[in-house]
Structures are given as C-alpha cells and as structure tokens.
Design a protein around this ligand. Structure first.
Ligand code: NAD
Length: 451
C-alpha cells in the first residue's frame, strides 16, 4: 500500500494499492490489445476523442487542482495552471493526429515514402514534483501518435494521475488505452522497464535512477527518453536591468518550493553589479510568503516529504552565510527560502541538485568567466541570461550548454516548444512541434513502378 500524506500538515490523505510485476504484466497485455484498435481508428476519431478528453479535464480543472494541493503541497495558483496545462497538452496533441505526415522522397524506378508508425505500448514513469503536467507531456503525444500508455506515478503523488485515467474513460477513450498503475519505483517502475511488451520508456526523475533505467533499456534496445536533474544558472551581467533581474530571481528558484528541474539555483552575478543586486535580492527573499498552499496569497508551499526535507537540510548548515526567508513551524515539511553567499564555486551546494528552495550566488569577472561558471556542472537543463547587449545575449545563448535558455526572463517550458536536457540532464526532447514523432518509428517503403 502507498500512503499519501498532505505535505503541509502531515495528515494522511489516502492509501492506494501498489502494483506488483503481475499487475504490470496484465496491464501490458490489455494495453497491447487496446492499442491495436486505437491505431486502426480513423485519425479524425482519435483527434476528436483526445479533444473530448481535454474538455473533460477542463470541466474538472478545479477538482484536479485541489487534489494536487492536497497530495503535493502545490500552491493553488500553480495547481490550477497545471490542470490547465494538461488540457492544453491534450488539445495540442489532438491537433497533431491529422498532421503526422510522412515524406515522399525522389527515387529512380518507383516511389519512396516514409510511414510514421506507432511504437505500441509506452511506459511513462513520472516524478512527484509536477505530477500532472509531466505525466501529460508524454501521455498526450504518445496517445495522439497511436500508442497505448501505462503511467506509473511517483509513490507520493498517485491521486491526480488516477483521476486523469478515470476522466479519460469518461471522455470515451477506449478502455485500457491509458492505464495508471501506482507503485514503487523498484517494483512497478522496474517491471515496466524490463517488460518486453513495453516499446518505450519515458522517464522523468533523478539522474541516478535515469542512468540505471537507460542501462536496463539497453538490454532490449528499448527506446528511452530521459528528463533528469538540473542545476541551472541565472547569469546577470552588469549591463542588465538589475532591478528586473533581482525582482525575477526569487521565484525562478522558489517556485514549487524549488522542486523544479529548471530552477535557477546558481545565480551568477557580474562582480561590478554584485552589491546592488544583493541589496535588492535580500528584501525580496525575506518577503516571500510561505505557508498554507490552499491560500491564494501563498507564494511557496512545503516540501514533498520528511525524507526530502532532511535531504535539503543536509546541504544548508547554520554556519553557511546567506539570506534566509521565513517558513511556518510545526507540522508540515517546511523549509525557508534560502540564498547562500560566499561559498566555494565547487561546494556541493553550488554544483549538486538540492531540489529545494536554496540557491547560491557566485560572482564572476567577465563574459568568459560567466560561461565557464555556467557550464561547471554535469547538468544542462535550463538557464537564464540577463543583459541589454543583444550580441552578448546571443553569444551566451550559444555558449551555455543547456537545452532551454531564456533571455531577460525565466520562462522555459511551453508545450509547443521543445524541452529537454544537455549532458546528464537528459536524453531526447519532449513537447514542441516534434512531440508526436518521438512516439513513432519511421518506416521507409520503396514501391517499384517497373514491375
Ligand atoms: P526519482 O528518480 O526518485 O523517481 C522518479 C520516478 O522513478 C518515480 O516514479 C519513482 O517511483 C521511479 N523510480 C525510482 N526508482 C526506480 C527504478 N529503479 N526503476 C523504475 N522506476 C523507478 O525522482 P524524484 O525524486 O521523484 O523526482 C525528482 C527528480 O526529477 C529531480 O532530480 C528532478 O530534477 C527530476 N525532474 C526532471 C525533470 C525534467 O524534465 N528534466 C522534470 C521534473 C523532475
């Protein structure tokens, strides 16, 4: 049994049965049967059903958002956005069903065409930090491309995923086409990875587990997309609008209590602007409203679990200099907004993913020094560049090794633009114009006209 706790109060919310390898096996058999019918259905019908699924999600957006607040401690504002994001992902994917075009390639003596065929049954293994959107990033395009999906949500956050599966049925999606199997990673997750009936694994989670999944997929040359950790830079050049950069910096790493793979947790500030930047950043951090996530005014909620709170704490000892914001005391997994200063650039807190509301500020001398520091981690997911010099913005965008950069802003994830990591932040891309293609095999067919 999986015990779901409210991270803001530590009160039990629900218990959910944990899937066994036998459950996974049975689910794969059912999914394979459903997939054959789905792939054979008219594209217009598949698109219509996915649009209907989007509409049903929209009808239940407030309910889904409240559930996300309860099981994940997300602020209600964020949770509403997340439910809306699932709706939009489904709508966007539905628009792709009838645009999943192959090619016609010039050849002598015949006709050459490519077919984009569904893979079959896709296994999606999701983390707890954005349970709904991340599940839908893979599920929506995989279904749209003609696949069945088995989703294993994280142990701590199975409830919204289970609700989405029920809403899919309510919308009229064929039974067994989209199944949700809560369970533990090493049992249910591993059973999906090892099952020969699963054609592809889309894994979002830690780099450590991602590496082990990639190694296991190699055994069957199983397709795999990995969305892993990050330690992303927020580079502030002295020629930037320092007021704007300082105002935007707090929520760029505090949103979702820092439990965000794209969190800008390495704030790199050009030395000549350092004092001014810190003067502005300090009150902004101290004023962040941390508390009841269901309260509309709250900017930051709790961490997901006691174990995760202990992990975050292990990086932030009392002797480290920096800025500390406020957080509630008593029950709930609370940690205050924290910015560490004067730490060595290779300190664990400066290079390892903490996945909590903790950033470091490191000064740099010039553009080359900024790029060197920005690239001094094993990750490469996101990053931001603040400057008024368009040439510098473009040079830095080319030089920073990361899959998702933003200039004079911190935006990085839109369902219609590609998303994914460089280096140990991941493999493959999700979202964007090619989202469906990642769930297809390309088959080349030559038809002779000579016979
Ligand atoms: P995690 O790796 O512990 O778990 C992720 C999922 O994998 C869970 O569903 C878990 O049950 C499952 N799992 C664990 N062990 C497994 C195994 N041996 N076999 C199969 N499945 C297994 O990660 P987490 O703590 O839930 O999530 C936080 C991590 O996710 C952070 O590192 C964060 O950066 C990363 N993340 C990345 C992205 C991205 O898009 N790049 C997005 C969100 C989160």
């Amino acid at each position: 049994m999986l015990q779901v706790l409210n991270p803001a109060t530590e009160e039990p919310v629900a218990t959910v049965p944990a899937a066994t390898p036998a459950d996974v096996d049975a689910a794969v058999t059912r999914a394979a049967a459903a997939q054959r019918g789905w792939a054979a259905a008219a594209p217009a019908d598949r698109a219509r059903l996915l649009r209907r699924f989007a509409a049903v999600v929209d009808d239940h957006a407030e309910e889904l958002a409240r559930l996300e607040v309860l099981e994940a401690g997300h602020t209600i504002g964020n949770a509403r956005w997340e439910a809306g994001n699932v709706r939009d992902l489904l709508d966007f994917a539905a628009g792709g069903v009838e645009r999943l075009n192959g090619r016609q390639i010039p050849v002598a003596g015949g006709l050459d065409i490519t077919l984009l065929e569904p893979l079959g049954v896709v296994g999606v293994i999701a983390p707890w930090n954005f349970p709904m959107p991340i599940a839908a990033w893979a599920t929506a395009p995989a279904l749209a491309a003609g696949n069945a999906v088995i989703l294993k949500p994280a142990e701590t956050t199975p409830l919204t995923a289970l609700r989405l599966a029920a809403l899919a049925l309510e919308a009229g999606l064929p039974e067994d086409l989209f199944q949700v199997l809560p369970g533990t990673g090493p049992v249910a997750g591993n059973a999906l990875v090892e099952h020969p009936g699963i054609a592809k694994i889309v894994f979002t989670g830690s780099t450590r587990v991602g590496k082990s999944i990639m190694a296991k997929c190699a055994d069957q040359v199983k397709r795999v997309t990995l969305e892993l950790g990050g330690k992303s830079p927020n580079i502030v050049f002295a020629d930037a609008d320092i007021e704007a950069a300082a105002a935007a910096a707090p929520m760029s790493f505090l949103d979702n209590s820092g439990q965000d793979c794209c969190a800008r947790t390495r704030i790199l500030v050009q030395r000549s602007a350092y004092d001014r930047f810190m003067e502005l950043l300090t009150p902004a951090i101290e004023e962040i409203v941390v508390g009841d996530p269901a309260d509309e005014r709250t900017q930051m909620g709790p961490l997901i679990s006691r174990a995760h709170l202990d992990r975050v704490r292990s990086y932030v000892t009392d002797d480290l200099p920096g800025i500390r914001g406020k957080a509630p005391e008593g029950s709930g997994f609370w940690f205050p907004p924290t910015v560490l200063t004067d730490v060595p650039e290779d300190a664990p807190c400066a290079v390892e993913e903490i996945f909590g509301p903790v950033a470091v500020v490191l000064p740099f001398d010039d553009e080359a020094d900024a790029i060197r520091l920005a690239n001094a981690t094993e990750y490469g997911l996101s990053g931001s560049i603040w400057t008024r010099d368009v040439g510098r913005a473009l040079r830095a965008s080319r030089a920073v090794k990361a899959g998702n950069l933003s200039v004079n802003s911190h935006s990085s994830v839109r369902y219609w633009t590609p998303f994914g990591g460089y280096q140990q932040s991941g493999l493959g891309r999700e979202l964007g114009p090619d989202a469906l293609t990642a769930f297809t095999e390309t088959k080349n067919v030559f038809i002779s006209t000579e016979a």
